[in-house]
Write a protein that binds this ligand. Structure first.
Ligand code: COA
Length: 257
């Protein structure tokens, strides 16, 4: 039965089908692609619809030419309650965790916060040689989210994960490749086209074989991730409501260092 793909519910998230590749594009460049709850909702819906559609075999996530995403919109951290599993950001995380179809990311410019942690859920990641990544949680008075507290040490080992998640410094695409977070580093202008070539190559393979293989690769981690995300959220929310975190976040919004 064919499944008609809907339009995106958010103006900053675009859906596009190219062949059997469903492209999810984040496009809010004047705010460095910071993600609002409305944008998360459109991303989560896009993933779920792509999963349900027989027309789609691969999902490709990308941002603008100079910016993947600067992470959660900081206004949202200051203004909203974050506890509770119903938030669109959490739905987005869980949609990624439970995807059967391959998820590919094309990273240009910068990937901060969830911009980097979401990559831990992707199957193939291509990044620009001038891109930088950052897991700035402790610097903001916060802690890891999106399952990164389990996925990062599993991928790169405790000490390298601690370097990125405790110090929270920016790191290059080359470093991301060295720790296993990125498959290939490419000239900025080649990233999207290369990711698209790989997406089409995957889409040309027998779909059930690819999806079963992905499921087998991720099976052990997936079982842990819902609980991990819930535990991270309890701690994230507690820290978010601290005076220290609120002071740091307000300072960013007020343009103080
Ligand atoms: N949330 C809300 N707004 C954001 C944002 C975010 N995560 N990231 C960038 N913006 C906004 C800025 O406030 C600014 O808005 P303005 O033009 O209305 O003043 C605009 O996007 C451009 O950002 P700016 O800081 O001027 O650009 P820059 O090139 O100097 O720096 C960043 C870009 C991404 C390095 C910097 O904006 C930044 O550190 N952002 C916060 C990242 C972050 O902490 N994310 C949360 C992770 S948990």
């Amino acid at each position: 039965m064919s499944h008609v793909l809907p339009n995106s519910s958010d103006p900053y998230i675009h859906y596009r089908l190219e062949g059997k590749v469903f492209i999810l594009q984040i496009d809010r460049p004047d705010k460095k692609n910071a993600l609002t709850q409305g944008m998360y909702q459109a991303l989560a819906t896009g993933i779920r619809e792509a999963e349900a559609s027989a027309e789609v075999k691969v999902v490709l996530l990308c941002g603008a030419e100079d910016c993947f995403t600067s992470g959660n919109d900081v206004n949202d951290f200051v203004q909203h309650e974050t506890q509770g599993s119903e938030r669109a950001s959490v739905q987005f995380m869980k949609a990624m965790v439970h995807m059967r179809k391959p998820l590919i990311a094309a990273v240009n410019g910068l990937a901060i916060g969830i911009g980097t942690t979401l990559l831990l859920h992707c199957d193939l990641i291509y990044a620009a040689e001038d891109a930088f990544l950052q897991l700035p949680f402790t610097r903001l008075g916060l802690c890891p989210e999106a399952g990164s507290s389990v996925l990062a040490p599993a991928l790169m080992g405790h000490q390298r994960a601690a370097e990125l998640l405790l110090l929270g410094e920016r790191f290059t695409a080359a470093k991301a490749k060295e720790v296993g977070l990125v498959n290939e580093v490419l000239p900025a202008g080649r990233v999207f086209a290369h990711a698209m070539e790989k997406a089409q190559a995957l889409a040309a393979l027998p779909g059930e074989a690819v999806q079963t293989s992905k499921h087998l690769l991720k099976r052990q981690q997936s079982a842990l991730l819902d609980d991990t995300i819930a535990l991270e959220l309890v701690n994230f929310s507690r820290l978010l409501h601290s005076e220290e975190a609120q002071g740091i976040l307000q300072a960013f919004l007020n343009k103080r260092s």
